[in-house]
Structures are given as structure tokens and as C-alpha cells.
Ligand binder design. Structure first.
Ligand code: TYM
Length: 331
């Protein structure tokens, strides 16, 4: 018997994996691999809700898998798979759709944001996005979902849908608990918005040192510090908030004191952060290069993960179908 709780989480293969994903989700996934029975999913169906080039999708999935594995997600210690390899997720999404009030879906913040961004392609998939997300989680009867803060509202809906389904048809799904990561909301280089693949404000995990410096150089700091001689305010500076997440404690203390005393400027502070960033990302980039040398091996790991995930989702769907009155009566 497996005594560990089941955990599930997902990531879209959209753009490059960035520092927000790494610190807001992936690091936590890596730490939780031995605590829970973990399943992690590359959610390509979710990525269909915006326009994309189908000929690029396989490369995007590879990029995402490489970044995850190079960051420490270990297919031998968890189940790592691609959503579209497990059709049970869409079947369950339909069942859950019949439990989801349209008015409730329209209130989701992400839907409101995305529908403003993609007014020319306001498809039903954008509206029902969180229902598919609930299906991802519930298809594996996950009890724990580690995510960044931006996903908390979607997970509230997942719990509601589990409750509604169970009340309507009989118990199938435990209500999944949200586990927020210690770094729950990383801001982008603009210092204002959440670091996000849909904005040009990311520090990408697999970027080269020069590319990272180019992004970092222009990153917004304390906007009231106009001259180097002005004392800085680390508490409002986004680059300092990144230091707190990645730099050694002694560096953080030094930077804080020197910034307040105006003995260093913002560029000095960014150079120090560049060092901390490379210390964290160099080993990941090296592992990624090795993985890119053999993409077939990466796809083979994903296929193995999909076989495991299908077994788990099929078991759930056998029960869910029976509860809904489909197929032969339960024995
Ligand atoms: P996605 O691909 O946007 O992000 C993947 C994970 O990274 C976290 N994250 C952040 N955390 C902190 N600061 C940031 N700036 C930041 N940007 C991203 C997200 O919170 C997330 O944990 N809808 C989901 C994917 C999904 C999913 C699921 C997640 C589909 N099915 C089932 C959990 C369970 C999404 O678009 O994540």
C-alpha cells in the first residue's frame, strides 16, 4: 500500500521556463518528490487556448521537459508526462463542466485578464480552462497541489467542482489542498507585474549568462533612487527581493547595508545578483545541454510517465463513469 499522499501540479509549455516558474513552483516540486507520491504534467491542451504554431509544439514540450528535468524533477521519483497523452483528462473535464456554473467561470481573474489580452480569439477554452485544470488534478485523485499564488483561485474552483461532483453522483474525489510555495509571487524585470511568459519581463532558466545580464541590466529597481549618491530603499526594490530568494544571507545583508548607505549603485547590486543567478542556473544549463543532446531519451521518459499516468486516470474514470451511470453496473 502506498501511504504517501498524492500530489499533482502542471506547467504550460508556453515560452521559456523562467525564474518565476523555478522559484514559484519547480523548486518546490523537486523538494516534495520524496514527501508525496508526485505527478507533474506538461499541459499542452491548456496552451491551445491561445493562437500557436502546431509545428512548434513538440519543441516547446521538449524545452519544458528539459528545463524541468535539468532543475531536478526526476522521472524516477515522480510521474512526469504530457497532458495530451492521457485523454481521460478531457473526458473528466466534460463531466466537471456539467457541474460548473458559467457565472462562476466568468468571475475567474485569469479569464478576465486573458479575455482582455486575446479579445480577437475569445474561445470557450479560455472560459473553461480552470475546469480542465480541475480535471488534471482530480483524474489522479490528488490531495495536494503545489503552485504559485496566481493559481490559488483556480484551485478553489477545483475544490468546489470535486464537492459538487461528489454531492451529485457519490464520492470519487478528495478535495485537493493548495500548497503555496515559499516564493509565491515573483515579479518580472519591470518590477511591477508577475514574471510571466506572456510578458517580456522574464529571466529564463536556460538563458546564457550574457542574455541574463542583458535582461537584468534594464531591470527596474527603486524608482525614487535617481542618482548613485541617493540612499536606496531595498524594501521597495524588486532586484533586492530576488537577492533574498537566491543570494547567500551574508550577501543579502551586505547589499542591504550598502544600498541604504549609497555605497553601491544599482548596477553593482545587479552584478552581484547576476553572480547568484549564475550559481543557481549554471548547473541547470549544463544538465539541459546533456538532455538536448538526446531528445529521444527525453521523449521516452515522458512516454513512460504517460503510461503510469494513464493507469491512474483510467482507474479514476472507471469509478467516475460508474457513479454517473455509464457503462456496466459496478460489481
Ligand atoms: P503556469 O505554466 O503559468 O505556471 C507554472 C507554475 O509556475 C508558477 N508561477 C509563478 N510562481 C511565482 N511567481 C511567478 N511569477 C510565477 N509564474 C508562474 C505557477 O503558479 C504555477 O505553479 N494553469 C497552470 C497550469 C496547470 C496546473 C494544472 C497547475 C494546468 N493544470 C493542475 C496545477 C494543477 C498554469 O498556467 O501554470
Amino acid at each position: 500500500m502506498n501511504a504517501k499522499k498524492r500530489a499533482f501540479s502542471g506547467i504550460q509549455p508556453t515560452g521559456k521556463v523562467h525564474l518565476g516558474n523555478l522559484l514559484g513552483a519547480i523548486r518546490n516540486w523537486v523538494d516534495l518528490q520524496d514527501v508525496y507520491d508526485c505527478t507533474f504534467c506538461i499541459v499542452d491542451w491548456h496552451a491551445m487556448t491561445v493562437d500557436y504554431d502546431p509545428s512548434q509544439m513538440r519543441a516547446r514540450i521538449l524545452d519544458c521537459a528539459v528545463a524541468l528535468i535539468a532543475s531536478g524533477v526526476d522521472p524516477n521519483r515522480c510521474t512526469l508526462f504530457v497532458q495530451s497523452d492521457v485523454p481521460e483528462h478531457t473526458e473528466l473535464a466534460w463531466y466537471l463542466m456539467t457541474c460548473a456554473p458559467v457565472s462562476r467561470l466568468e468571475l475567474q481573474t485569469q479569464y478576465k485578464d486573458k479575455s482582455a489580452q486575446h479579445a480577437e480569439n475569445l474561445n470557450a477554452g479560455l472560459l473553461t480552462y480552470p475546469v480542465l485544470q480541475a480535471a488534471d488534478i482530480l483524474a489522479h485523485r490528488a490531495e495536494v497541489v503545489p503552485v504559485g499564488e496566481d493559481q490559488a483561485q483556480h484551485l478553489e474552483l477545483s475544490r468546489e467542482l470535486a464537492r459538487k461532483f461528489n454531492n451529485r453522483f457519490g464520492f470519487v474525489f478528495p478535495e485537493p489542498e493548495t500548497v503555496l510555495t515559499p516564493a509565491r509571487r515573483i515579479l518580472g524585470t519591470d518590477g511591477k507585474a508577475k514574471m510571466s511568459k506572456s510578458k517580456d519581463n522574464t529571466l529564463d532558466v536556460l538563458a546564457t549568462p550574457d542574455e541574463l545580464w542583458a535582461k537584468l541590466r534594464g531591470a527596474v529597481t527603486d524608482e525614487q533612487r535617481l542618482r548613485r549618491a541617493d540612499p536606496g530603499r531595498p524594501e521597495v526594490c524588486n532586484v533586492f527581493s530576488w537577492h533574498r530568494l537566491l543570494s547567500p544571507e551574508t550577501t543579502v545583508a551586505e547589499i542591504e547595508g550598502a544600498c541604504r548607505a549609497a555605497s553601491i549603485g544599482c548596477i553593482d547590486c545587479k552584478k552581484k545578483f547576476h553572480e547568484s543567478l549564475l550559481a543557481a542556473l549554471d548547473p541547470i544549463r549544463a544538465k539541459a545541454e546533456a538532455l538536448y543532446a538526446n531528445p529521444d531519451a527525453v521523449f521516452a521518459m515522458l512516454a513512460e510517465g504517460a503510461a503510469k499516468a494513464r493507469r491512474s486516470a483510467r482507474e479514476t474514470m472507471a469509478l467516475a463513469r460508474a457513479r454517473c451511470g455509464f457503462g456496466p453496473p459496478p460489481v
